[in-house]
Design a protein around this ligand. Structure first.
Ligand code: NAP
Length: 256
C-alpha cells in the first residue's frame, strides 16, 4: 500500500522522460496512484508520451492543446467517463515563442505576450475549473513556477511575467476553491535541464550560478521536486493552500 493508493490524478505537461511532470508521475506511481495524462496533440508528442506512460497502462491518455476550450472539455470528459471523480491535478505547462524569449522583454509583441500568458497562465485557470468539477469532497491542484516570476532573471523575460501571474492565480484559485476543500499550491523549482529550459538563453550558466550561490551549494534534482510535489498533493499538507514553495536549494533566500 502506498500513500496514494486509491487516489486518481490528472497530469498535464509530460513531454519526455526529462519533464518535471514525469518525475512527479513516477514518484506517484511508486506510491500507488492511478494517473490520467494529457499531451499536446500531434503524432510526435503522442509517441513520446505513450512510450513513457504505456507500461503503467493508464486508462486515459488524451490530446489536449490548452489553448482550445474544446480540447480541455474533451480531455476532462474522458477523465470523468473513466473515473467518475479525481483527487488531484498536476499542471506543468508553459510556452513562449522561442525567438521572442531571446529578445529583450521591451521588444515583446502583443501576439507573443498573449500566447505565452494563454498557455502558461490561463491554462491553469481553465484546467483547475474542469478538474475541481470532478473532485468530490476534497482535492489538490499543483503547478510549477520559477524564481524569475519574483525577481528579474535576464533572459527569462516574458516567462517571468507569466510566472508572476501564475503564482498569483494560485492564490485566487485557492480562495475560490477553498470552501470546496480543494487546495491549490505552487512549487517554484530550481533550474532543471528539460525541453522547455532549452529555450532559455544562458540556462546552463544560470543553473551553475544557482548551485554555487545557494545555501545547499548544489543543483536541485528531480527527486527533490517530486518529494515536495507529493507533500503538496497528499494529506500531509492538509492545511496548506495558495502557497508557493521554493525547491531551489535555498537560492531564493540569498541577496548576493
Ligand atoms: P517540458 O518537459 O518541456 O514540459 C512543458 C510541457 O508543456 C510540455 O509537455 C509541452 O508539450 C507542454 N505544452 C506547451 N504548450 C502546450 C499547449 N499549448 N497545450 C498543452 N501542452 C503544452 O519542461 P518542464 O521544464 O518539465 O516544464 C514544466 C513546467 O515547469 C513549466 O511550467 C515550466 O515553466 C516549469 N519550470 C521549469 C523549470 C526548469 O528549469 N525546467 C524551472 C521552474 C519551473 P510539448 O513538449 O509536447 O510541446
Amino acid at each position: 500500500m502506498g500513500v496514494f493508493t486509491g487516489k486518481i490524478g490528472v497530469v498535464m505537461g509530460v513531454a519526455n522522460e526529462r519533464s518535471i511532470a514525469w518525475a512527479i508521475s513516477e514518484a506517484l506511481y511508486a506510491e500507488g496512484a492511478e494517473l490520467a495524462f494529457t499531451h499536446l496533440p500531434g503524432p510526435s508528442s503522442q509517441r513520446r508520451v505513450s512510450r513513457l506512460v504505456e507500461p503503467h497502462g493508464p486508462k486515459v491518455l488524451v490530446p489536449c492543446d490548452v489553448q482550445k476550450d474544446e480540447d480541455l472539455a474533451r480531455a476532462f470528459e474522458a477523465v470523468g467517463r473513466a473515473y467518475g471523480k479525481i483527487d488531484f491535478l498536476i499542471h506543468a505547462i508553459a510556452f513562449a515563442p522561442p525567438q521572442e524569449l531571446r529578445n529583450p522583454y521591451v521588444e515583446m509583441s502583443r501576439a507573443g505576450w498573449h500566447l505565452a500568458m494563454d498557455i502558461s497562465v490561463y491554462s491553469l485557470v481553465a484546467a483547475a475549473r474542469a478538474a475541481a468539477a470532478l473532485m468530490a469532497d476534497d482535492g489538490t491542484i499543483i503547478t510549477i513556477s520559477y524564481y524569475g516570476g519574483e525577481k528579474v532573471i535576464p533572459g527569462y523575460n516574458v516567462m517571468g511575467v507569466c510566472k508572476a501571474a501564475l503564482e498569483h492565480s494560485v492564490r485566487y484559485l485557492a480562495w475560490d476553491l477553498g470552501r470546496r476543500n480543494v487546495r491549490v499550491n505552487c512549487l517554484s523549482a530550481g533550474p532543471m535541464r528539460t525541453l522547455s529550459a532549452a529555450g532559455i538563453a544562458g540556462f546552463d550558466e544560470l543553473r551553475d550560478h544557482a548551485a554555487q550561490k545557494s545555501p545547499l551549494g548544489r543543483t536541485v534534482e528531480m527527486n527533490d521536486l517530486a518529494a515536495t510535489a507529493l507533500y503538496l498533493l497528499s494529506d500531509q499538507s492538509s492545511g496548506v493552500t495558495g502557497e508557493t514553495i521554493h525547491v531551489d536549494s535555498g537560492y531564493s533566500i540569498v541577496g548576493l
